[in-house]
Design a protein. Structure first.
Length: 251
């Protein structure tokens, strides 16, 4: 019995205003801007289309050069999700359309991971969002606030996301095995959720943790989580990350 792959599109939000790595989407990686590398990886997935969403005419020009579909969106969006919501509106997507958010700084993202997050949402009709987690193997990450953790219920839906250690193991000498999960920042949304998201106020836990996915949980939306066996290659946050990716592409 073959598995039916759902129809979905990929949207890549990209803006020039990165504080840690200025003009990051246009950073050269092996002769191509990073945002183009990301889009080309996404095109290797089973997505029906790949769209870059930006507030920058420079990024739009780069996409035009490489024949990547690009939409110019408002410069006032506070989050990438708001930018994707504008794309869903511009494209007049039906309420049940599946939209995968691929971050614009993931030039090594595995296409299969994109397929999997879309499949997870398609398989969970009661959920508005899907995302991905991986088991933490480096114990130092469990207490690292830069590593976002997630705890799931028995249906593999998110109970909570946090920068804190969750679950906290009260008795480390107990024989009960606990696998801590690291959250990866790739999402699939239903288009009607994106339309609703733009009207939701930031939630208190979201403000405290600086994690926008908590806005959805706070408002009662369910998030399906696929647990992958291993983490994909890391994205680009710093100049050191950029050099690492350049070496990988060059090899």
């Amino acid at each position: 019995m073959s598995i039916k792959i759902p129809e979905f599109l990929v949207v890549i939000p990209a803006r020039l205003g990165s504080t840690r790595l200025p003009r990051k989407p246009l950073a050269d990686i092996g002769g191509k801007p990073m945002v183009i590398r990301v889009a080309e990886r996404a095109q290797q997935s089973l997505a029906q289309s790949v769209v870059v969403a930006t507030d920058s005419p420079e990024i739009q020009a780069a996409c035009d050069e490489y024949r990547i579909e690009c939409l110019l969106t408002s410069a006032d969006h506070p989050t990438g999700t708001d930018r994707i919501a504008e794309v869903a509106q511009l494209l007049k997507l039906p309420a049940d359309a599946l939209v995968v958010n691929v971050q614009g700084d993931e030039p090594l993202i595995p296409p299969e991971l994109i397929n999997q997050v879309a499949q997870t949402l398609a398989d969970n009709a009661a959920c508005a969002i899907s995302t991905v987690a991986v088991p933490i193997v480096d114990t130092a990450e469990i207490t690292n606030p830069n590593v976002v953790k997630v705890v799931l219920n028995r249906a593999n839906e998110a109970l909570y996301f946090s920068r804190a250690t969750i679950p906290f193991v009260r008795d480390p000498d107990s024989k009960q095995a606990i696998t801590h999960l690291r959250h990866l920042g790739i999402y699939a949304y239903r288009a009607d959720f994106l339309e609703a998201y733009t009207r939701l106020e930031p939630a208190p836990p979201e403000r405290a943790e600086a994690l926008e996915q908590l806005r959805a949980l706070w408002n009662g939306y369910r998030i399906a989580v696929h647990t992958a066996s291993e983490a994909p290659p890391a994205g680009v946050d710093t100049a050191e990350d950029l050099e690492r990716v350049r070496r990988i592409i060059a090899s």
